[in-house]
Design a protein. Structure first.
Length: 353
């Protein structure tokens, strides 16, 4: 199990009470990283950060090059590996040692400097010797993993610009005084925020594939269960994690099966028309919403062990992919869009429903 820096086990993902939509949005992005991440919007104390950090329980393993800070794959990125080895001052001809580890959740602090995020170049060495000596940043650590930004709406604009560029291109470029260096930076962006503290820039908002609005659990018994589980975890994190070990492993196994099944999942062509019609009816700009609904519906089918997406998968996918993409009137909150999406859906029943 992935642990915190003080070796205390993380709160198990499977032990989180309620918040099923948030957990589904996160799980779908683990199964299919091309969904472009998820934005979790909700009031304080609703387990947003706990859920993201607890993803360590269900993340799959990936092949890596041992000791490589750029998280490259030994299978398809060897030419880049040699170039990056030079940039780190290492022998590019050294034998590549392949290994495996779990996908990582890399946390980007709100107050992180641009150098910390992007990385830096030893400019003096570059000017004197012509060698580009690079210090990798958080985007290098997040390659092929999950980049988590708590309070994403409070990020400085220059860091937002960096994230937008990397998310769009899958490449991070470090530039200093005319000296530049690029490396792969493909990551799943997960953001959490309290909308009471301000909204997100539209350009960054659109980069999140899915958006989930959550609130505190309203059921009395569930609220008591939240307190009991948290108290048990704080009293003995190791014993509490051991209690959830079997369920956590079962969840991770289900995720692994869904990842393997996903490439085989198809969708009837008539449902593509329903996706397009649905986006038009609720007023979605561009085509990204259509594509994300398609991908999400297929991922939901894989999560449920099916090789073909159904109308109910499209409906559920729309509720995850469209709330932040529907055109809003002044003062209309993103949360209001879910009712609008459901109303449009109910007025035009889908084929195969």
């Amino acid at each position: 199990m992935t642990s915190q820096t003080n070796n205390t086990p993380l709160f198990p993902f499977a032990a989180i009470v309620g918040q099923d939509r948030m957990k589904l949005g996160l799980t779908l992005n683990v199964i299919n990283p091309t969904l472009s991440g998820v934005l979790i919007r909700g009031e304080k104390g609703t387990a947003k950060s706990t859920a993201v950090r607890a993803l360590a329980d269900i993340l799959p393993e990936i092949p890596v090059i041992t000791g490589d800070p750029f998280q490259l794959s030994p299978e398809d990125e060897l030419p880049t590996h040699k170039e990056l080895a030079l940039a780190l001052g290492k022998d590019p001809g050294a034998p590549v040692v392949a290994g495996a580890r779990k996908v990582r959740v890399v946390e980007l602090p709100v107050g992180a400097t641009e150098d910390r995020v992007v990385g830096s170049i030893d400019l003096e060495r570059a000017l004197k010797t012509g060698e580009k000596r690079v210090e990798p940043g958080l985007l290098a650590q997040a390659h092929r993993g999950i980049l988590y930004v708590d309070e994403v709406n409070l990020l400085d604009d220059h860091v937002v610009d960096v994230l937008l560029d990397s998310a769009a291109m899958g490449v991070n470029t470090i530039e200093r005084e005319g000296v530049s260096f690029s490396h792969p930076a493909r990551f799943t962006l997960v953001g959490t925020m309290n909308p009471e503290e301000g909204e997100l820039r539209p350009q960054l908002l659109d980069r999140f594939g899915l958006c989930v609005n959550i609130e505190g659990v309203q059921d009395l018994d569930s609220r008591v269960l939240v307190m009991e589980r948290r108290a048990a975890y704080e009293a003995d994190p190791w014993a509490f994690s051991a209690l959830w070990k079997e369920e956590s492993e079962a969840l991770a196994e289900r995720v692994g099966k869904a990842r393997a099944l996903l490439p085989k999942v198809g969708i009837p062509r008539e449902l593509l028309f329903e996706i397009a019609r649905h986006c038009l009816e609720v007023g979605v700009d561009g085509h990204r919403g259509d594509i994300i609904i398609l991908k999400t519906a297929k991922t939901i089918a894989a999560w449920n062990g099916r090789e073909e997406a159904q109308a109910k998968d499209v409906r559920e996918a729309a509720e995850l992919a469209l709330p932040h993409r529907v055109r809003r009137q002044p003062l209309m909150a993103i949360a209001d869009n879910l009712d609008r999406i459901r109303k449009a859906r109910d007025q035009a029943p889908m084929a195969g429903s």
